[in-house]
Design a protein around this ligand. Structure first.
Ligand code: AMP
Ligand code: ZN
Length: 469
């Protein structure tokens, strides 16, 4: 069953089929290593991980390249603030990123190239662009890409020429006030001539000392590791313009006009209905959530629980719901293992009774739909009445889906109640809302009602648990 995935370029659902029929070549824009990645970044990386897992479980090999942005305005600025060399500073954040990736059960990419380690590749690409008339040097030792020289510019982001220019001019003015030497406001830097604030972070080039522009690294490194045309390119939606638009322009003009065939973009994670930002204090890292008692598996569950093309609103309460869902899966796993008399790890060879979930997952990576199908199968299955063979098939199927989603089960705990009747859940939620509104009297009455029905509520700062009395 081929995976169907939305493609930003054609704005349509397309089957994923590797160019060579065997290995899917996949490039992801990686993290800028100047601080801890936040869970918004991880929404994108986890979605890419599910994509890769589904491809591999569908029987194809993958060649997954994800870069490290270890030289740009932010890494240079913050390494200097920290009084560290760029190398030491970015190494620290790269290690931290890897620790978080492992905790979130992300498969490591096959190649993880760093921008600093590929400066000669980037210079070679700039030279080609200059030689072909797509780029020009300016007196300050910078080199710009000439947007007007690439007729297809703007195809990915579907922006009108006017909007492109406006966008480019406002971002240029905001970030780099001395880009006044450009021919056109939309032109972007391939090479940035050395400036005093760059400190020791500059490299020799045919245009003088300087450093590469941010957009260039992905074009140069994808060419090096995946070739001129490859299967899928991914990132968060914020990268569509200008980053991916610029990558397409650079790559197509430096090669034979080919680049990624399919564009896979992940919509942003929101927090409490708004954008995550440092100033609002609603930016969460994995570390923050671990400190609040949540596990990386619960964080992963929340991050995949919304469709990748829909904004996902993150709340701490959703982590409690994830805990309950994972417990329900663990409880089912335990019950079926008893019937199957299996305690060893299961690889999950085929979806078996979970085939509907697998089918849903292959339909534009519909993870929320697949989770719904998984729970529907679980709810229909009375473990105790399965034959041994049926129990083995159910176990294999469950683990096939868990592996595709990268979900790891917690130890099954009988303490946590997972089969809370819907009317009790509704009452508990009503009580929680009353508490949030500081209507203590109403909250008290509802608590008593719940107790009378045989349930107690355990509150924490961020949410509540419903437990049998
Ligand atoms: P950066 O480290 O800023 O280069 O970003 C790494 C990846 O995270 C990119 O693919 C971004 O598009 C993505 N990203 C950034 N913020 C969010 C967010 N709030 N939700 C989902 N993805 C994001
Ligand atoms: Zn990129």
């Amino acid at each position: 069953m081929p995976l169907i995935l939305h493609d930003t370029l054609s704005r349509s659902l397309r089957s994923i089929a590797p160019l060579d029929g065997k290995t899917l070549r996949f490039y992801c824009c990686g993290p800028t290593v100047y601080g801890p990645a936040h869970i918004g970044n991880f929404r994108t990386f986890v979605a890419q991980d599910v994509f890769r897992r589904v491809i591999e479980q569908g029987g194809l090999a993958t060649l997954h390249v994800r870069n490290l942005t270890d030289v740009d305005d932010k890494t240079i600025r913050d390494s200097q603030k920290a009084g560290q060399s760029l190398t030491d500073f970015t190494r620290l954040w790269t290690e931290k990123f890897h620790t978080d990736c492992a905790a979130l059960n992300l498969l490591p990419p096959h190649v993880e190239p760093s921008a600093v380690a590929h400066i000669p590749h980037q210079i070679r690409m700039i030279q080609t662009l200059v030689d072909r008339g797509h780029a020009y040097a300016t007196p300050d030792g910078s080199v710009y890409f000439k947007v007007a020289s690439f007729a297809d510019y703007g195809r990915l982001s579907h922006l009108e020429d006017r909007e492109l220019k406006l966008g480019a001019s406002s971002s240029a003015n905001a970030t780099d006030s001395d880009e006044y030497t450009k021919d056109s406001l939309a032109d972007f830097a391939l090479w940035k001539g050395k400036k005093p604030e760059d400190g020791p972070n500059h490299w020799p080039s045919p245009w003088g000392e300087g450093r590469p522009g941010w957009h260039l690294e992905c074009s140069a490194m994808s060419l090096e590791y995946l070739g001129e045309d490859f299967d899928v390119h991914g990132g968060g939606v914020d990268l569509i313009f200008p980053h991916h638009e610029n990558e397409i322009a650079q790559s197509c003009c430096a090669t034979h006009g080919k680049f990624a065939r399919h564009w896979f973009h992940v919509t942003h994670l929101m927090v409490d209905g708004g954008k995550m930002s440092k100033s609002l204090g609603n930016l969460y890292t994995l570390e923050d959530l671990k400190a609040r008692g949540y596990t990386p598996a619960e964080v992963r569950y929340v991050l995949i629980s919304g469709h990748y093309r829909t904004p996902l609103n993150f709340t701490l309460h959703s982590l409690d719901a994830a805990r309950q869902a994972l417990q329900k899966l663990a409880k089912f796993d335990k019950a079926v293992r008893e019937v199957a008399s299996i305690s060893a790890d299961i690889t999950g060879t085929a979806p078996g009774p979970f085939a509907p979930a697998w089918e849903t997952l292959n339909d534009d990576l519909n993870v929320p739909g697949a989770l719904g199908d998984i729970f529907a199968t679980i709810n229909r299955t009375k473990a105790a009445s399965l034959t041994k063979d049926e129990a083995v098939a159910a176990l294999e199927g469950l683990h096939f889906l868990l592996r595709a989603l990268g979900l790891q089960l917690p130890p099954s705990s009988d303490e946590v109640q997972t089969d809370v009747p819907a009317d009790i859940t509704a009452l508990a939620e009503k009580r929680w809302q009353a508490k949030q509104a500081k209507d203590w009297a109403a909250a008290d009455i509802l608590r008593k009602e719940l107790e009378a029905a045989g349930w107690i509520i355990k509150d924490s700062k961020e949410g509540y648990q419903i437990l049998p009395k």
